[in-house]
Design a protein around this ligand. Structure first.
Ligand code: GSF
Length: 202
Protein backbone atom coordinates (compact mmCIF):
# COMPACT_ATOMS: atom_id res chain seq x y z
CA UNK A 1 0.00 0.00 0.00
CA UNK A 2 1.23 3.51 -0.82
CA UNK A 3 0.00 6.92 0.21
CA UNK A 4 0.64 9.69 -2.31
CA UNK A 5 0.67 13.22 -0.98
CA UNK A 6 2.61 16.24 0.22
CA UNK A 7 4.03 17.38 3.55
CA UNK A 8 1.83 20.47 3.54
CA UNK A 9 -1.63 19.09 2.75
CA UNK A 10 -3.99 18.92 5.75
CA UNK A 11 -5.98 16.13 4.09
CA UNK A 12 -2.84 14.05 3.60
CA UNK A 13 -1.89 14.76 7.21
CA UNK A 14 -5.27 13.47 8.40
CA UNK A 15 -4.64 10.26 6.49
CA UNK A 16 -1.11 9.90 7.89
CA UNK A 17 -2.40 10.41 11.43
CA UNK A 18 -5.01 7.69 10.92
CA UNK A 19 -2.34 5.33 9.55
CA UNK A 20 -0.18 5.99 12.61
CA UNK A 21 -3.03 5.64 15.11
CA UNK A 22 -4.05 2.36 13.46
CA UNK A 23 -0.40 1.24 13.26
CA UNK A 24 -0.79 0.41 9.58
CA UNK A 25 2.41 0.20 7.54
CA UNK A 26 2.23 2.24 4.38
CA UNK A 27 4.88 3.71 2.11
CA UNK A 28 4.62 7.51 1.85
CA UNK A 29 5.28 8.78 -1.67
CA UNK A 30 5.73 12.53 -1.77
CA UNK A 31 4.05 14.19 -4.75
CA UNK A 32 1.99 17.32 -5.18
CA UNK A 33 -0.45 18.35 -7.90
CA UNK A 34 1.10 21.81 -7.81
CA UNK A 35 4.54 20.77 -9.13
CA UNK A 36 5.52 20.27 -12.77
CA UNK A 37 5.39 16.65 -13.93
CA UNK A 38 3.22 15.63 -10.99
CA UNK A 39 1.98 12.06 -11.23
CA UNK A 40 -1.17 12.89 -9.26
CA UNK A 41 -3.54 13.51 -12.22
CA UNK A 42 -2.75 9.99 -13.46
CA UNK A 43 -3.83 8.59 -10.10
CA UNK A 44 -6.83 10.78 -9.39
CA UNK A 45 -8.76 12.41 -12.25
CA UNK A 46 -9.50 15.32 -9.91
CA UNK A 47 -5.75 15.94 -9.58
CA UNK A 48 -5.94 16.05 -5.79
CA UNK A 49 -4.09 14.49 -2.90
CA UNK A 50 -4.22 12.25 -0.92
CA UNK A 51 -4.46 9.12 -3.05
CA UNK A 52 -4.11 5.67 -1.50
CA UNK A 53 -2.78 2.96 -3.82
CA UNK A 54 -3.83 -0.50 -2.73
CA UNK A 55 -1.68 -3.54 -3.43
CA UNK A 56 -4.06 -4.67 -6.22
CA UNK A 57 -3.62 -1.24 -7.87
CA UNK A 58 -6.98 0.10 -6.75
CA UNK A 59 -6.78 3.86 -6.16
CA UNK A 60 -8.72 5.42 -3.34
CA UNK A 61 -9.52 9.11 -2.90
CA UNK A 62 -10.54 11.39 -1.22
CA UNK A 63 -9.28 11.53 2.36
CA UNK A 64 -12.69 10.74 3.86
CA UNK A 65 -12.99 7.60 1.74
CA UNK A 66 -9.42 6.61 2.58
CA UNK A 67 -9.66 7.04 6.35
CA UNK A 68 -12.96 5.17 6.55
CA UNK A 69 -11.39 2.34 4.57
CA UNK A 70 -8.32 2.26 6.83
CA UNK A 71 -10.44 2.18 9.96
CA UNK A 72 -12.52 -0.63 8.50
CA UNK A 73 -9.68 -2.89 7.39
CA UNK A 74 -7.84 -2.88 10.74
CA UNK A 75 -9.85 -3.99 13.76
CA UNK A 76 -7.58 -2.30 16.34
CA UNK A 77 -7.95 1.26 17.67
CA UNK A 78 -11.33 1.97 16.09
CA UNK A 79 -11.69 5.61 15.11
CA UNK A 80 -15.29 5.40 13.86
CA UNK A 81 -18.18 3.99 15.91
CA UNK A 82 -20.18 1.15 14.40
CA UNK A 83 -23.76 2.35 14.94
CA UNK A 84 -25.23 4.54 12.22
CA UNK A 85 -26.03 7.50 14.44
CA UNK A 86 -22.71 7.61 16.31
CA UNK A 87 -20.82 7.14 13.08
CA UNK A 88 -22.72 9.99 11.43
CA UNK A 89 -21.95 12.26 14.38
CA UNK A 90 -18.21 11.57 14.17
CA UNK A 91 -18.31 12.04 10.40
CA UNK A 92 -20.15 15.33 10.91
CA UNK A 93 -17.21 16.55 13.03
CA UNK A 94 -14.94 15.50 10.21
CA UNK A 95 -17.13 17.28 7.64
CA UNK A 96 -17.06 20.48 9.70
CA UNK A 97 -13.29 20.31 10.28
CA UNK A 98 -12.55 19.45 6.64
CA UNK A 99 -14.99 22.15 5.50
CA UNK A 100 -13.16 24.72 7.61
CA UNK A 101 -9.92 23.54 6.00
CA UNK A 102 -11.51 23.84 2.55
CA UNK A 103 -12.32 27.49 3.31
CA UNK A 104 -8.75 28.12 4.53
CA UNK A 105 -7.28 26.46 1.41
CA UNK A 106 -9.53 28.64 -0.76
CA UNK A 107 -8.21 31.76 0.97
CA UNK A 108 -4.59 30.63 0.67
CA UNK A 109 -5.01 30.02 -3.07
CA UNK A 110 -6.84 33.31 -3.59
CA UNK A 111 -4.06 35.20 -1.79
CA UNK A 112 -1.56 33.69 -4.22
CA UNK A 113 -3.34 35.13 -7.27
CA UNK A 114 -2.02 38.32 -8.88
CA UNK A 115 -3.23 41.52 -7.21
CA UNK A 116 -5.56 42.43 -10.06
CA UNK A 117 -7.23 39.00 -10.04
CA UNK A 118 -7.63 38.63 -6.28
CA UNK A 119 -11.12 39.08 -4.84
CA UNK A 120 -11.39 40.57 -1.36
CA UNK A 121 -15.07 39.60 -1.32
CA UNK A 122 -14.27 35.93 -2.03
CA UNK A 123 -11.67 35.91 0.75
CA UNK A 124 -14.11 37.53 3.19
CA UNK A 125 -16.83 35.01 2.33
CA UNK A 126 -14.52 32.13 3.22
CA UNK A 127 -13.16 33.88 6.30
CA UNK A 128 -16.74 33.97 7.65
CA UNK A 129 -17.00 30.20 7.12
CA UNK A 130 -13.84 29.66 9.18
CA UNK A 131 -15.07 31.91 11.98
CA UNK A 132 -18.46 30.17 12.09
CA UNK A 133 -16.87 26.72 11.97
CA UNK A 134 -14.54 27.60 14.88
CA UNK A 135 -17.52 28.76 16.95
CA UNK A 136 -19.44 25.56 16.16
CA UNK A 137 -16.45 23.31 16.93
CA UNK A 138 -15.87 25.09 20.24
CA UNK A 139 -19.55 24.92 21.19
CA UNK A 140 -19.76 21.24 20.32
CA UNK A 141 -16.59 20.44 22.28
CA UNK A 142 -17.65 22.42 25.36
CA UNK A 143 -15.89 21.05 28.43
CA UNK A 144 -15.46 17.62 26.85
CA UNK A 145 -12.11 15.85 26.87
CA UNK A 146 -12.72 14.55 23.35
CA UNK A 147 -14.93 15.59 20.44
CA UNK A 148 -17.04 12.45 20.68
CA UNK A 149 -17.24 9.80 23.40
CA UNK A 150 -14.50 8.89 25.85
CA UNK A 151 -11.44 8.57 23.66
CA UNK A 152 -9.82 9.67 20.44
CA UNK A 153 -11.88 9.28 17.25
CA UNK A 154 -11.63 10.48 13.69
CA UNK A 155 -13.41 13.63 14.91
CA UNK A 156 -10.42 14.67 17.05
CA UNK A 157 -7.96 13.85 14.31
CA UNK A 158 -9.85 15.90 11.73
CA UNK A 159 -10.18 18.84 14.12
CA UNK A 160 -6.49 18.62 15.08
CA UNK A 161 -5.42 18.68 11.43
CA UNK A 162 -7.79 21.55 10.62
CA UNK A 163 -6.50 23.68 13.52
CA UNK A 164 -2.93 22.77 12.59
CA UNK A 165 -3.54 24.01 9.07
CA UNK A 166 -4.79 27.36 10.40
CA UNK A 167 -1.55 27.65 12.42
CA UNK A 168 0.47 26.79 9.32
CA UNK A 169 -1.17 29.04 6.72
CA UNK A 170 -3.19 31.61 8.66
CA UNK A 171 -1.24 32.21 11.91
CA UNK A 172 -2.72 35.69 12.13
CA UNK A 173 -6.09 34.16 13.02
CA UNK A 174 -5.21 33.55 16.69
CA UNK A 175 -8.09 31.09 17.18
CA UNK A 176 -6.65 30.05 20.58
CA UNK A 177 -7.56 33.38 22.18
CA UNK A 178 -11.21 33.11 21.17
CA UNK A 179 -11.53 29.36 21.77
CA UNK A 180 -9.41 28.16 24.71
CA UNK A 181 -11.18 24.80 24.80
CA UNK A 182 -10.04 24.09 21.23
CA UNK A 183 -6.53 25.12 22.27
CA UNK A 184 -6.70 22.63 25.15
CA UNK A 185 -7.77 19.84 22.78
CA UNK A 186 -5.06 20.73 20.29
CA UNK A 187 -2.37 20.75 22.97
CA UNK A 188 -3.44 17.28 24.09
CA UNK A 189 -3.53 15.96 20.53
CA UNK A 190 -0.06 17.33 19.84
CA UNK A 191 1.32 15.10 22.57
CA UNK A 192 0.55 12.12 20.34
CA UNK A 193 3.36 11.14 17.95
CA UNK A 194 0.80 10.71 15.15
CA UNK A 195 0.09 14.44 15.14
CA UNK A 196 3.44 15.70 16.45
CA UNK A 197 5.35 13.88 13.69
CA UNK A 198 3.15 15.18 10.87
CA UNK A 199 3.10 18.93 11.52
CA UNK A 200 2.88 20.56 8.06
CA UNK A 201 6.04 22.15 6.70
CA UNK A 202 7.38 23.27 3.32
C1 GSF B 1 -9.67 17.53 -0.69
C2 GSF B 1 -8.31 17.22 -1.29
C3 GSF B 1 -7.60 18.49 -1.72
O1 GSF B 1 -8.18 19.53 -2.00
C4 GSF B 1 -9.94 15.29 0.42
O2 GSF B 1 -9.08 14.49 0.01
O3 GSF B 1 -10.35 15.26 1.57
N1 GSF B 1 -11.85 16.67 -0.10
C5 GSF B 1 -10.54 16.29 -0.57
N2 GSF B 1 -6.26 18.39 -1.78
C6 GSF B 1 -5.47 19.52 -2.21
C7 GSF B 1 -4.19 19.54 -1.45
S1 GSF B 1 -4.23 20.66 -0.16
O4 GSF B 1 -3.04 20.86 0.42
O5 GSF B 1 -5.17 21.60 -0.28
C8 GSF B 1 -5.13 19.35 -3.67
O6 GSF B 1 -4.69 18.28 -4.04
N3 GSF B 1 -5.31 20.39 -4.47
C9 GSF B 1 -4.97 20.38 -5.85
C10 GSF B 1 -6.02 20.97 -6.72
O7 GSF B 1 -5.79 21.06 -7.94
O8 GSF B 1 -7.09 21.33 -6.21
Amino acid sequence: MKLVGSLTSPYVRKTRVVLAEKKIDCEFVIDSPWVDNSGVPDLNPLGKIPVLLLDDDTRLFDSRVIVEYLDGVAPNNKLLPSTARERALVKRWEALADGMTDAAVTIVLERRRPDDERSAGWIARHRVKIDRALVALAEDLGDGAWCHGNGITLADIAVGCALGYLDFRMPELDWRAAHPNLARLQEKLMQRPSLADTVPHE
